[in-house]
Each structure stands twice: as C-alpha cells, then as structure tokens.
Design a binder for this molecule. Structure first.
Ligand code: COA
Length: 174
C-alpha cells in the first residue's frame, strides 16, 4: 500500500517530488546516518537523492521493495524505511533524522512494515544491523523479533561498523 499509518506515524511511498526534503533531511543528519549507513557517509546531494528516488520507484514496480518516507503528525519528514525481498521472506531497514530519534518513531514505522509484510503473505521478516549498532538492534527486540544468527556484512562498511551483522527474525503469526 502507498500509505501506512498508526495515527502517530505515517509512511508515504517515496515520490519524485520528495527530492528537496529528502536531500535536506539526510544532509542535516549526515554524520548521524553516515556513521552506520554507507550511502550517507560521503555526503548526500541532489544526485544521490535523484538516484535513490529513481531506483526506489523501479524496485516498487518490480516488487523488489516498498520504500517509504516516515512522517510525523505535523507532516515533517522524520526518516526513511523499507520492506525488501530477502530470500523467501522480507527484510526491513530504517533511518531517522537525528532530531527525530528517541520518540519511538522508527519502532512504530517498523511495526507498520511488519503488518504490511503479513498482509502481503510474507512468511517471515528479518532485520539486519551491525553488532555494534545497539540502537538499531533495540527495535526488533522491542517488537518481539528473536536473534536468528550472525553473518558477515555483504555490503561496504560505514565507519562505525564492525562488519558482523546480527540477523533478527519474526515469523508470520498463525
Ligand atoms: C537506528 C535508529 C533509527 C534508531 O532510532 P531510535 O530513536 O533509537 O528508535 P525509535 O524511533 O524507535 O525510538 C526508540 C526510543 O524512543 C523511546 N520511545 C518513546 N516512545 C516509544 C514508543 N511508543 N515505542 C517505542 N519506543 C518509544 C524508546 O524508549 C527509545 O528510547 P531510548 O532512546 O531512550 O532507548 C537511529 O538511531 C538511526 O537513524 N541511526 C542511524 C541509521 C541507522 O543506524 N540505521 C539502521 C541501520 S541497521
């Protein structure tokens, strides 16, 4: 679905017209996000934002991923999140602007994506994070995921990462 909401947080499918707010939001939190996510480590400008908005539209069209902006009740862009195909299940990822952390927004966004995954018939959902990224790991722990296994990171590493990922999993109920 293009929009998901719990009344506090709203997830809106990314649109081309989100370019300015996306670039401004990531740029203002570049150190905070880039510490853990390599796509923001070396700066984030209009070229990177355009590339993301183009590729996310392609991933949505192909069914590979549903990626959303996370909005607060006053329509502020707080971050981004996505539900991506992984093996026979799906994976969730997220980031928040630094000023929007500590309020449960990423946990709420993740809960909405888990519900969407069940609606899509997904058998299980995984969340991967570097073993040193404890704030990221607190989200699946809060939502009832269990630690499934540890694996070597497959992508290039952001500066704070160790290279070992924890993989959390939740199974579709019933
Ligand atoms: C990972 C990241 C999204 C986590 O942000 P966060 O603010 O810790 O997560 P939430 O928005 O779910 O907020 C949780 C905090 O809000 C509090 N909270 C308040 N109301 C809450 C609610 N209704 N539900 C859950 N938590 C709530 C929690 O107690 C927690 O507080 P704490 O920080 O004192 O532990 C953020 O640190 C980030 O963007 N990091 C950089 C990018 C990144 O690492 N992405 C993940 C890569 S794997």
């Amino acid at each position: 679905m293009d929009t998901l909401t719990d009344g506090v947080v709203t997830l809106n499918r990314w649109r081309a017209e989100d370019l300015d707010v996306l670039v401004d939001t990531v740029s203002a939190s570049r150190e905070h996000i880039g510490e853990w996510l390599v796509w923001a480590t070396d700066g984030y400008g209009r070229a990177e934002g355009t590339e993301f908005l183009t590729s996310t539209a392609e991933r949505w069209a192909s069914g590979e991923a549903q990626e959303y902006g996370i909005y607060t009740a006053d329509s502020t862009l707080a971050g981004g999140c996505g539900l991506m195909r992984r093996d026979d299940g799906r994976e969730i990822g997220y980031w928040l602007a630094k000023t929007c952390t500590g309020r449960g927004l990423a946990t709420r966004a993740t809960a909405l994506l888990v519900a969407e995954a069940w609606r899509l018939g997904t058998p299980h959902v995984d969340i991967l994070h570097d073993e040193l990224n404890t704030r990221s790991g607190a989200i699946p722990a809060r939502l009832g995921f269990t630690l499934h296994h540890k694996e070597a990171a497959s992508d290039a590493l952001a500066p704070a990462c160790s290279g070992n990922d924890f993989v959390w999993r939740i199974q579709r109920p019933g």
